[in-house]
Design a protein around this ligand. Structure first.
Ligand SMILES: NC(=O)c1ccc[n+]([C@@H]2O[C@H](COP(=O)([O-])OP(=O)(O)OC[C@H]3O[C@@H](n4cnc5c(N)ncnc54)[C@H](OP(=O)(O)O)[C@@H]3O)[C@@H](O)[C@H]2O)c1
Length: 220
């Protein structure tokens, strides 16, 4: 499958590593340009591209940049993507540590992914946001393994969500349907499921136990 990855840091880099290892055709972009991605390209076989080129022909586009940088992404980001393409959003809002105060989340009460999707102008599927980047490399397991982790996946587009769940299964993780984007507060930072290394049962229970109130440490 053709996959575009926008952001080549902890998460984007490790998704590039695993998705190329699975045989996917990956294009990867960062803010500084393809010439800074030579080492990752040599290691993985991914194609380094500009942000504007990243989505070309892609069936899945992963947006994995710091939350505060989402509005900097250029208009026309998804021009040339494959018909019916799906966008994965891995983002988290860290107002105190990284992102500053963002009114759409704080005052309008938007979930983080609803805010992101409004900036991107395309529906998103929220996945990997509570997964340690290193776990993408180290904790994948074959289907049915007793210690296979599950990841929550939220989104309003049923077909897109199925496509993402199938990809995550290939990557070596189970998934739990965490509802739509308005429900996705259940997997935001500091919720019980955030960073949880458990299977389907534990993840389902943790999602049910989440509180809609934004935790003090994650308010701007
Ligand atoms: N780290 C984790 O374990 C983890 C886990 C789950 C979710 N997340 C979330 O996933 C998102 C990415 O996290 P990360 O840790 O992978 O970030 P990171 O290591 O800081 O990497 C960020 C990447 O985004 C790129 N970038 C920044 N602004 C950009 C722009 N305007 N256009 C194109 N690329 C841009 C950076 O490119 P340059 O280096 O060229 O500037 C860099 O490649 C964040 O929202 C984070 O909270 C992180």
């Amino acid at each position: 499958m053709k996959i575009g990855i926008i952001g080549a840091g902890n998460i984007g880099g490790n998704l590039t590593r695993r998705l190329t290892a699975l045989g996917h055709e990956v294009s990867v972009a960062n803010s500084r340009g393809p010439h800074t991605l030579t080492a990752l390209a040599e290691e993985t076989g991914a194609t380094p591209v500009t942000v504007a080129e990243a989505a070309r022909g892609a069936e899945i586009v992963v947006v994995t940049v710091p939350f505060k940088n989402v509005p900097d992404l250029p208009a026309g980001l998804f021009d040339g993507a494959a018909e019916g393409f799906t966008v994965i959003d891995t983002g988290n809002y860290y107002p105190q540590r990284r992102d500053g105060r963002i009114a759409g989340v704080e005052d309008e009460g938007l979930t983080e992914s609803r805010w992101t999707e409004r900036h991107l102008g395309h529906p998103v599927i929220k996945a990997f946001n509570g997964t340690y980047a290193q776990d993408i490399l180290d904790r994948h397991r074959p289907a049915g393994a007793p210690d296979r982790m599950a990841l929550p996946v939220a989104g309003d587009d049923a077909a897109g969500k199925e496509a993402v769940r199938a990809l995550i299964d290939q990557l070596g993780f189970d998934t739990v349907d965490a509802g739509g984007i308005d429900d996705s507060w259940r997997q935001q930072p500091d919720t019980p499921v955030y960073g949880l290394r458990e299977g389907v049962e534990g993840v389902t229970k943790a999602l049910a136990e989440a509180s809609p109130q934004r935790p003090e440490g994650f308010r701007g």
